[in-house]
Design a protein around this ligand. Structure first.
Ligand SMILES: C[S@@+](CC[C@H](N)C(=O)[O-])C[C@H]1O[C@@H](n2cnc3c(N)ncnc32)[C@H](O)[C@@H]1O
Length: 209
């Protein structure tokens, strides 16, 4: 059962289990998604990228901040099901060109070098088979000095990892922070944060180029 949950969390499919996971993410992860957006310090004209957006809560929240004509939001997710759910949610903004959603892997994004100001993600890196490859690709697309933020509830993640929901050790923040440093990020750090009685962690990294 835990393995099945892990597979659906890491790559939701169009199925009863995938639908359930999508609902679960929508209900449980709003605070993490909204806080990642807030901590990213998004400016109205920025180009912003969300990795592994899932059902699209973070996309909705970030899109509201991009009020200038140059403001552009990009989302990537390699689950076809999540890509479809988020595309439906963001339909008007996708049609207007404000939002672009790519059905692709974080490790190979169809984005030009040094074009993104802010990157945020929640509950995503634990599922990447190669953290260094993912971090290098994020670094490639970011502008010099761009900020990346990821939020997580470490105690929950550790509990799920102990049940083998996440494969291997990539869920550990230290593993991801090492990959970020090795890929050219600087000022990589993790902070404890609190919001509405929920304690969670935020990892920050700045693209050095
Ligand atoms: C646990 S869900 C989290 C969704 C959302 N960020 C949230 O917190 O509610 C993980 C999401 O990341 C996506 N994902 C995982 N690994 C990915 C990869 N290598 N490339 C693109 N998307 C990925 C999955 O398809 C899934 O939608």
């Amino acid at each position: 059962m835990w393995e099945k949950l892990g597979k659906q969390l890491g790559h939701p499919t169009r199925s009863a289990a995938g639908w359930l996971v999508s609902r679960l993410l929508t209900v449980r992860n709003r605070v993490l998604e909204e806080t990642a957006v807030r901590l990213s310090g998004i400016q109205p004209g920025d180009t912003v990228l969300e990795l592994g957006h899932g059902p699209g809560l973070g996309l909705q929240s970030a899109a509201k901040l991009l009020t200038e004509p140059t403001g552009h939001l990009i989302g990537v997710d390699y689950s076809e099901y999540m890509h479809q759910v988020a595309s439906k949610l963001m339909k008007e903004l996708v049609v207007s060109g404000k939002v672009t959603l790519h059905h692709c892997d974080v490790a190979a994004m169809p984005l030009a070098d040094s074009t993104v100001d802010k990157v945020f993600h929640c509950n995503c890196y634990y599922f990447w088979p190669d953290l260094r490859k993912g971090a290098t690709e994020i670094h490639r697309v970011m502008k010099p000095g761009g900020l990346m933020v990821t939020t997580l509830r470490l105690s929950h993640v550790a509990t799920l990892a102990a049940k083998q929901v996440m494969p291997g050790e990539n869920w550990r923040p230290e593993a991801y922070m090492t990959a970020l440093r090795d890929s050219g990020f600087t000022d990589v750090r993790m902070e404890d944060r609190q919001h509405k009685h929920i304690t969670f962690q935020a990892i920050y990294a700045t693209a050095l180029k």
